[in-house]
Write a protein that binds this ligand. Structure first.
Ligand SMILES: [Zn+2]
Length: 400
């Protein structure tokens, strides 16, 4: 049944700022550090793992009337599934966010002592992604409380292992989980990300010939070759070519290693480069581009993938979930121009399972993992409203 504009406005107003800040703070207070950062946990005397935060959310969502399951992925590391039943067999919408955070690192003990200052909520996971977990939870609670029954189920999946394997989202998909659309709550500054960039880690190796440093002409300098190669990266066609609708690839020269000692001509140099690509440029194009560049410059060496690359993932802007989110953003007066996440996220697993997926979340990736991780409180409110509006629009409950 279509809900009126008045009911819609009243429902959105139930997503209170204070309730969002309180819940996000509660979640920050419960450490849920990835076991990958166990060493950092030892420093602060906390146990790694997501279980405590999964149980806290499970408790709340059960009280709200959701069907809650804890799905153990590995011992003591459960995914949380909270299903709000709809009245019919409409398209199932999945909200997805991860329970784990990176270690406290240079945030120290402040990481788990949430604090609001100048309109920002500080704490580890504020942006990545306990803020969005709070928004998803409040949206489910609000729908349950107002008695708005959608034709479709909404399933909130709060997963383990996004910051380090094993991936809870991958496990969820392998366990047979299906939905008709998904929203991943990674930080997007409340923008609608209709996909994410691809990536390829590349290792370049150049070769030379050793000689005494006083007679460099007797050798071949592998570092000089590498310097020429790296300096010419911006001229490579994949980086200098015309941008498509989603931009051009980016590159970051991450490491460089070479040389034996100061007075020996180096016979080997290695550099690693992190390349991120928009749709239309695949991992193989990146590797072929570097090989062609070496050939063009007459430099001998190798181009290798440092690990398997992945293409960009794009949900068509015509997909019902993308249309619903864009229309909701327009209606709420926020920037509705769809764009792509520059980073990797669990969207990959959902997309590969054939589920049209967006990324929408409060805060910015620039603060994630940082010493000053925070989420703007306004973003929590905006995102919660955007999630709720999008869910109603996707369900066909509000007019375009
Ligand atoms: Zn992260």
């Amino acid at each position: 049944m279509m809900i009126s504009q008045r009911t819609l406005a009243e429902t959105l107003d139930l997503l209170h700022r204070d309730a969002l800040v309180a819940l996000a703070s509660d979640l920050i207070r419960i450490p849920s550090v990835s076991p990958r950062d166990t060493a950092d946990c030892a420093r602060l005397g906390i146990a790694p793992g997501e279980k405590a935060v999964a149980e806290a959310l499970a408790d709340r969502l059960r009280k709200a009337g959701a069907e809650v399951t804890l799905q153990e992925v590995v011992a003591d590391r459960p995914n949380l599934l909270a299903r709000l039943r709809g009245a019919g067999d409409g398209r199932v919408l999945c909200f997805n966010g991860h329970l784990d955070t990176v270690g406290a690192f240079d945030m120290g003990a402040r990481a788990f002592q949430p604090e609001v200052r100048e309109g920002r909520l500080y704490g580890r996971g504020a942006a990545d992604v306990k803020g969005s977990l709070a928004c998803f939870t409040l949206v489910l609670e609000t729908l349950a409380r107002t008695g708005i029954t959608l034709p479709n189920d909404i399933v909130f999946t709060a997963v383990i292992g996004e910051e380090g394997p094993p991936s809870g989202t991958e496990f969820l998909i392998k366990s047979g989980f299906r939905a008709d659309a998904a929203i991943v709550g990674e930080p997007s500054g409340c923008r609608v990300f209709v996909g994410q960039r691809g990536g390829q880690f590349v290792r370049l190796t150049t070769h030379g010939k050793t000689a005494h440093g006083s007679t460099p002409h007797a050798g071949v300098n592998a570092i000089e070759h590498m310097v020429r190669l790296l300096a010419a990266i911006p001229e490579m066609p994949i980086f200098s070519g015309a941008a498509n609708a989603y931009g051009v690839p980016s590159f970051c020269i991450g490491t460089i290693n070479g040389g034996l000692r100061i007075n020996v001509v180096p016979d080997r140099c290695e550099a690693t480069i992190d390349v991120r690509m928009p749709p239309g440029i695949g991992p193989e194009d990146v590797l072929a581009g570097f090989s062609a560049q070496m050939e063009r410059l007459g430099i001998g060496g190798e181009v290798e993938p440092l690990e398997p690359g992945h293409p960009a993932y794009l949900t068509p802007e015509t997909a019902p979930i993308a249309r619903a989110a864009v229309q909701a953003a327009q209606a709420l007066g926020i920037d509705a121009r769809p764009t792509l996440a520059p980073y990797w996220s669990d969207l990959a697993h959902l997309h590969r399972a054939g589920i049209p997926t967006l990324i929408i979340g409060p805060g910015s990736i620039l603060q994630a993992h940082s010493a000053d991780e925070y989420v703007p409180v306004d973003d929590l409110v905006t995102c919660a409203r955007l999630y709720l509006y999008t869910a109603l629009r996707f369900a066909g409950e509000v007019e375009a």
